[in-house]
Design a protein around this ligand. Sequence first.
Ligand SMILES: *Cc1c(COP(=O)(O)O)cnc(C)c1O
Length: 402
Amino acid sequence: MGLIDPLGFIDTDEQWSAHNYHPLPVVISSAEGAWLTDASGRRYLDFLAGYSALNFGHRHPALVAAAMEQLNRVTLTSRAFHHTLLGLFCRELAELTGTEMVLPMNTGAEAVESAIKVARLWAYRVKGVPDGTAEIVVASGNFHGRTTTIVSFSTDETARAGFGPFTPGFVIVPYGDLDALRDAMAPRTAAVLVEPIQGEAGVLVPPPGYLAGTRAACDAAGALLIADEIQSGLARTGELLALDHEGVRADLYVLGKALGGGILPVSAVVGKRSVLGVLRPGEHGSTFGGNPLACAVGRAVIALLASGEFQSRSHELGAHLHQRLHTLAKHGVAQITGRGLWAGVHIAPGGPTGRQAAEALMGRGVLCKEAHHMTLRISPPLVITHSDLDDGLNAIIDVLTH
Ligand SMILES: *Cc1c(COP(=O)(O)O)cnc(C)c1O
């Protein structure tokens, strides 16, 4: 590590932080827009964007200004008292997403947990499912977070093994298989929980008609459709929500990552009043959820999204990204999946692993991360310039073809 890490930051990390990650051997000390700078002053293009938490790039001036201003007013009240920004944040987020009510949380996993709790409560209080028997249908290959309940229905053994006993009440069906989904629906089904595009699984887009068919299956069974748009939402795919590409509406959307502008964790469940309205005081909560600082940054994020600029950038830069990556597919080097400024590069057998490709790209000044063994995940900040995007793509194409 001597050359890469002369000051020993990596050694300190490895000695003192739990080993639940395997980071690339690079130590970031500052960042702006689509660029990262390491402790020795070397610059890198960010082709990961914090797994889409940094859709607006590092330290977007409007987001930093909103945070700074709020730091000088009030940052935390808890929900024991009202504050001036919660109602405005919730109204603006509901208006942006075309929904009716907002349940603010902090992390993505917490918002998914909240959606699960709300769906169960709705099943018992509204649908009339006998208490304690509600089921939620989920897809294989899913990633919804790391809590004990959420890993209970993961199909990734690394994420799940050793963490039992598991929470019951989930039915897993193959992602993209509409017949299997229809067969899994029952009178006790509270909801289907699905990623419109599976991020961690390798940026996998389901077959055409799958999401509309899932909506129809939910309607037929009187169940809720919950879309986990934590990674796919908020302009990443070229639309506000990935479901918008299909003209499909969910009953609940789970948002996170970019909602906090890369500054702090902000998540939310947004959706129908007839569903979120089942919660009564004391039944659910969070000390930090909906805090004034989160609302100030969240409102600035909503204002950026309301302009439509980032959706257009993702759409246009994404078309270019997919067109250029397609040359890899044409030469049999890799299969490309994804939508907008978001791609999975599935490297053909015999090529480098995702990890090896990411390490080679690090040497070329481009930082990204593998998804699965042979998959590279590409998700630059939506503020990236056309020429920076091309520079990064040149490096990727070069590393995979030489
Ligand atoms: C990242 C992610 C989560 C979990 O979010 P955290 O903030 O890490 O808890 C849940 N669902 C999806 C689709 C994600 O990409």
